[in-house]
Design a protein around this ligand. Structure first.
Ligand SMILES: [Zn+2]
Ligand SMILES: [Zn+2]
Length: 585
């Protein structure tokens, strides 16, 4: 997070938060002498510091640490940088009893070592920092959790204290309010409550069980996805879940990709469970000689992949070990590149917009220091990405040097209802795999040419996207996405036959419907339906049967009066067809 490495004092939010992490460590050392300190960077939305200490930090401890941080801030101690030799730095931290720091200095320190001091507190650190502790006023400690020294699970177990800091009290308050709201709509809480999905330790962490209701939503998403792809001239394919290890040696995954599961061995041949779908699509390409006339080829697959993630980082649907990418690969000629990128961007924005996401940040990442392919290829491709973005009139930021080694890319981050950013779409050019697998097509000139390859996922993965949707809507899915779209409640038992008739009619029209014929009071059933966030509740009694109507309640909006059943059904079909986000009767 040391984004700004120059010596100039530069008060970015990252700098402020990094300084707040020093303040945290300073306070901990004053209150709990003998604690050993690890690392303390700024992170997205805040900062943390890692500590090695026998006893766990309690909630009460966090309060007193925060109190002490305020005191140190009031002392307004200057924060000063100083340089020393590696030997001097090692001696300094030895005297302070900070073994972990010594380890870091030995590993990362050059001849000259950069340190920061504020009063008695010293840290091995590149900075930059705020000029004095008094600058830090608006901060809050949030939580403590386990962490491993250098992220290594065989390493020492540390305690990580998280906090956040802002320039103003108002910003801090807004952020804390947002965190409160986010906690309420946490998909890990709503998932089981609404019976959407679960995980199971017996099964293994990071592997998702999609319950019938979650699967119903997924089916709607998948059906929409497929239709959109056919409309855009894609063809859809299926590929296996394992392939010989050799494939992944050629693709470079065994060398460069550290999330591979260990290979399986069968008949003395090693097989690899797939972390990506790309090589399979490449092999479909290679199944015959391709001609320039066939290009572009656009092949999509809802491809399930498996990647190893450390247990500690798994997080509900957002960080998992098995997931289904809404993947596709486009093979095209260089003269088609810009148009293909353009189409992909507008398709992504259209699809995300249909789900209710209309607020985006777009990033273009350019050539990193280590790259494959030629500089001229990179320039041509990066130019095409830029032209495509401009042609679509999209504001974007350039992440200089942040491209992946195999090509430049465009990332689209959506903003949810709480203004949180989520990376969904990624569109990546690849100079590496076509080379590695020696892909070619016969050009108009009769010679062999290498096609361009584009990897792209629009939603990201179905698991992650579902998690984002749940939180964005707080479980109140729009009608077209809701797992159960309408529930019919008979007022008395004698209304059951008519209700099941309506139920059948709705099902025939592919409305996801249920009947609550339990012998409970109507009010109780309505409350239950509201709790499970069913968008439309239908009540049927004597009067409704006589008039061929239903009484309609909209979730969170209440009673809407009687509607002719046929007329209401027509409206529901329209909500589905138009993918409306609001129910307006
Ligand atoms: Zn630091
Ligand atoms: Zn790919």
């Amino acid at each position: 997070m040391h984004k700004n490495k120059n010596e100039k004092f530069d008060l970015s939010l990252d700098t402020l938060r990094h300084s707040a992490s020093h303040l945290l460590a300073h306070a901990v050392l004053e209150l709990f002498p003998g604690t050993k300190i690890g690392v303390g960077p700024a992170v997205e939305d805040g900062f943390y510091y890692d500590f090695l200490r026998e006893e766990p930090f309690t909630h009460e401890d966090l309060k007193s640490i925060e109190e002490r941080m305020k005191q140190i801030s009031d002392r307004d101690i200057p924060i000063e940088k100083f340089l020393c030799t590696k030997e001097e730095a090692v001696k300094l931290f030895k005297d302070l009893g900070q073994d972990l720091k010594i380890e870091l200095i030995q590993e990362k320190g050059g001849k000259e070592v950069s340190c920061y001091r504020q009063g008695d507190f010293v840290d091995f650190c590149l900075g930059p920092h705020v000029p004095s502790t008094g600058v830090l006023k608006h901060f809050k400690l949030l939580s403590v959790s386990g962490a491993y020294w250098k992220g290594d699970e065989r390493g020492q177990q540390l305690q990580r204290i998280y906090g956040t800091a802002f320039f103003s009290e108002e910003d801090l308050r807004d952020h804390l309010k947002m965190l409160e709201e986010a906690k309420k709509r946490d998909h890990r809480k709503l998932g089981p409550e609404l019976d959407l999905f679960s995980t199971n330790e017996m099964l293994g962490g990071g592997l998702i069980l999609w319950h019938p209701k979650g699967s119903a939503v997924r089916t709607v998403i998948e059906d929409f996805w497929r239709k959109e792809h056919y409309k855009e001239g894609y063809e859809l394919i299926y590929s296996p879940h394992i392939a010989k290890l050799r494939v992944w040696e050629i693709s470079g995954h065994t060398q460069f990709y550290d999330a591979l599961y260990p290979p399986l061995i069968s008949d003395n041949v090693k097989y690899q469970i797939k972390p990506m779908n790309c090589p399979f699509h490449i092999m479909v390409y290679q199944s015959k000689q391709r001609s320039y006339r066939e290009l572009p080829l656009r092949w999509g697959e809802l491809g399930t992949v498996y990647r190893y993630e450390r247990g500690g980082v798994l997080h509900g649907l957002l960080r998992v070990r098995g997931f289904t990418q809404d993947d596709a690969h486009i093979f095209c000629r260089s003269d088609q590149l810009e148009e293909e990128i353009r189409r992909t961007i507008s398709m992504a924005l259209r699809m995300l917009g249909t789900f209710g996401f209309n607020d985006f940040d777009v990033y273009l990442s350019t050539r990193p220091e280590k790259f494959s392919g030629s500089v001229s290829d990179w320039d041509e491709a990066t130019g095409a990405l830029e032209k495509a973005l401009n042609a679509e009139k999209i504001d974007f930021s350039v992440d200089e040097g942040e491209g992946v080694f195999y090509g430049p890319k465009i990332d689209i981050k959506i903003k949810d209802a709480l203004k949180r950013s989520w990376q969904c779409t990624t569109i990546q050019l690849d100079f590496n795999l076509p080379e590695k697998f020696d892909l070619s097509y016969v050009g108009e000139d009769g010679g062999f040419h290498r096609p361009f390859m584009i990897h792209r996922a629009l939603l990201g993965s179905l698991e992650r996207f579902f998690g984002i949707l749940i939180e964005h809507y707080n479980g109140n899915f729009p009608f077209w996405l809701a797992p159960v779209q309408t529930i019919i409640i008979p007022i008395a038992d004698r209304h059951n036959p008519y209700v099941s008739q309506l139920n059948q009619e709705l099902k025939k029209k592919e409305i996801r419907t249920a009947v609550d014929s339990r012998r409970e009071k109507v009010g109780y059933k309505i409350r239950d339906a509201e709790k499970s966030k069913v968008p439309i509740i239908l009540l049927v009694g004597d009067k409704e049967i006589e008039d061929k109507t239903v009484s309609v309640r909209i979730h969170k909006k209440g009673d809407k009066g009687q509607f002719e059943f046929k007329e209401l059904l027509e409206k529901m079909l329209n909500f589905n067809k138009n993918k409306d986000l609001e129910i307006i009767l």
